[in-house]
Write a protein that binds this ligand. Structure first.
Ligand code: FES
Length: 395
C-alpha cells in the first residue's frame, strides 16, 4: 500500500521528497546547536555519542541564513544550545540577528565563558532568557559528574544573570546520585533567586544511555524526591516554579516526544544537519538533510526524514488503533528503535507495547543493582571517536 511504501522508503533512507498528507504547521521551536564542543564532560549529556562527526561547524553567515529561513517558516522560540554555545565568539552577533528577526531567544549554557563583558554584550544584543545548568547542590558531585571545577563559577554566573535582569531558569538533571539532594538543590535555587527550577530526570539517550546502569534510580528514590518537591511547592508558592520531569521508564504511557515528529520542533546540528529530534542521527537509514545543500522550507515540509513519522499513517499496532495516539503520538521513535530495533514500533515505555517487559526489567535491575556497576563514561572527544569507530565496525 502507499502507506507501507511511504514508511519503507523513508526509513530505508531515500532522500527523495515525499509529499506529506497535509502541509505541516510551522516549526515553532528552533534549537540551534551552535557547537558540540564543550568544556564539561557530563556523564548524562544528551548529545550524540558520535558528536565529533558533526563537523565542520556552520559559519556565522550560514547560521544567520538558517535563522532567517526558519523565521520565515514561522519559528518563534529560539534556543542557542550545544555543547557550550558560549564557545562560539559570534554568539552575540547571532543573538542580535535573532532579536532583529523577532525571535524570543534563550541561551542554554553551562555558564562557562559567561563573563561580565559577554553578559553585557548579550544583553545589548537583546537576549531574552538564560537557562543555566547545575549538576548538584554540592561542589563535590557537581565537579565529579562534569569532570571539571565549575561549581563556584556557576554560582558567580547565576549572580551575573540576576544582575542583568534576565529571568533565570536553573536546570539540574536528576539521577540516582543527586536525587537524595533534591531539597538542597531547591534551597540553592531559592538562594540564587531563580524564577524556575527545572528538575529534569535523566532521559536515557546519548551519553546517559551509555551510563544508564549507574544513573537509573529506584522507584523509591524517585518517589521520595517527588514528595520533597511537592512539599516545597506548597511552601514556596510562586517564588520559584519547580518543574519535576518524571523519567518515562517509570510510566505506563510514553511521553509525547518532541510533541510529535516534525510537528513543532526543528533542531539544527553544528554542521547544518537538520533533525526532527536530538537523536534522529541514530536511526538507521534515516538520511538527514543539511541546510548547506537544501532550503529549510523544503527540508521541513518535504524531506523524507521529517515526514517519516509525521501524523499517524506510519503507525503499526497497537498504536494505529489506540485512542491515545493523538495525545502521545506513539511515544519516542528513538526509544522504540533502541529497545525494539524498529523505529516505527510503539515506544516500549507504553504498557500496550509488546516490548514493555524490557523497560520493566531495566527498572527491576536498578532495584537490585549493587557493586557490579561498570565505571562511568565521561563525555569527551576521545570516547566519542572510539564509539564512532565501534559503530562503523558494526555497520
Ligand atoms: Fe528522537 Fe524521541 S528522542 S523521537
Amino acid at each position: 500500500s502507499w502507506r507501507c511504501c511511504r514508511k519503507d522508503r523513508a526509513v530505508a533512507g531515500s532522500t527523495e521528497a515525499i509529499p506529506a498528507a497535509a502541509p505541516p504547521g510551522p516549526p515553532l521551536w528552533l534549537l540551534a546547536e551552535l557547537t558540540y564542543r564543550c568544556p564539561l564532560h557530563c556523564v548524562f549529556c544528551y548529545n550524540p555519542t558520535d558528536y565529533t562527526r558533526f563537523q565542520p561547524e556552520l559559519s556565522t553567515r550560514e547560521w544567520v541564513d538558517v535563522l532567517t529561513q526558519a523565521r520565515a517558516l514561522g519559528a518563534a522560540q529560539l534556543g542557542f544550545s550545544g555543547g557550550e554555545p558560549l564557545l562560539r565568539d559570534d554568539l552575540e552577533e547571532l543573538v542580535a540577528e535573532a532579536h532583529r528577526l523577532g525571535y524570543y531567544t534563550n541561551l542554554i549554557t553551562s555558564g562557562v565563558g559567561l563573563t561580565e563583558r559577554r553578559a553585557r554584550a548579550l544583553k545589548q544584543a537583546g537576549l531574552d532568557h538564560v537557562q543555566l545548568s547545575f549538576q548538584d547542590s554540592t561542589r563535590e558531585l557537581n565537579d565529579f559528574l562534569t569532570h571539571t571545577r565549575t561549581f563556584e563559577l556557576k554560582k558567580r554566573v547565576a549572580e551575573l544573570i540576576k544582575a542583568h535582569d534576565w529571568p533565570m531558569v536553573l536546570n539540574c538533571v536528576l539521577h540516582k546520585h543527586n536525587l537524595p539532594h533534591v531539597d538542597k538543590i531547591i534551597e540553592m535555587a531559592l538562594a540564587l533567586g531563580a524564577e524556575y527550577l527545572e528538575l529534569a530526570n535523566t532521559q536515557y539517550y546519548g551519553w546517559a544511555l551509555v551510563n544508564r546502569e549507574q544513573l537509573l534510580p529506584t522507584r523509591a528514590e524517585l518517589e521520595a524526591a517527588e514528595a520533597v518537591v511537592k512539599r516545597y511547592r506548597e511552601q514556596i508558592g510562586n517564588r520559584c516554579r519547580l518543574l519535576f520531569v518524571v523519567p518515562d521508564y517509570f510510566e505506563q504511557r510514553p511521553k509525547a516526544c518532541m510533541n510529535g515528529w516534525g510537528k513543532v520542533f526543528l533542531s539544527i546540528a553544528p554542521d547544518g544537519t537538520a533533525m526532527p529530534c536530538h537523536n534522529a542521527g541514530n536511526l538507521p537509514g534515516l538520511q538527514l538533510p543539511n541546510v548547506r545543500s537544501q532550503p529549510l522550507r523544503e527540508i521541513w515540509r518535504d524531506s523524507g526524514a521529517f515526514n517519516a513519522f509525521r501524523g499517524h499513517d506510519w503507525m503499526q499496532e497497537p498504536c494505529r488503533s489506540c485512542d491515545e495516539k493523538a495525545k502521545d503520538f506513539g511515544g519516542c521513535r528513538c526509544q522504540a528503535y533502541l529497545m525494539s530495533g524498529d523505529a516505527a514500533a510503539a515506544d516500549p515505555v507504553c504498557s500496550k507495547s509488546p516490548q514493555h517487559e524490557q523497560v520493566v526489567n531495566i527498572v527491576r535491575r536498578a532495584e537490585s543493582a549493587t557493586s557490579s556497576w561498570a565505571p562511568l563514561v565521561f563525555r569527551n572527544d576521545q570516547e566519542s571517536h572510539r564509539m564512532r569507530a565501534a559503530a562503523v565496525d558494526i555497520e
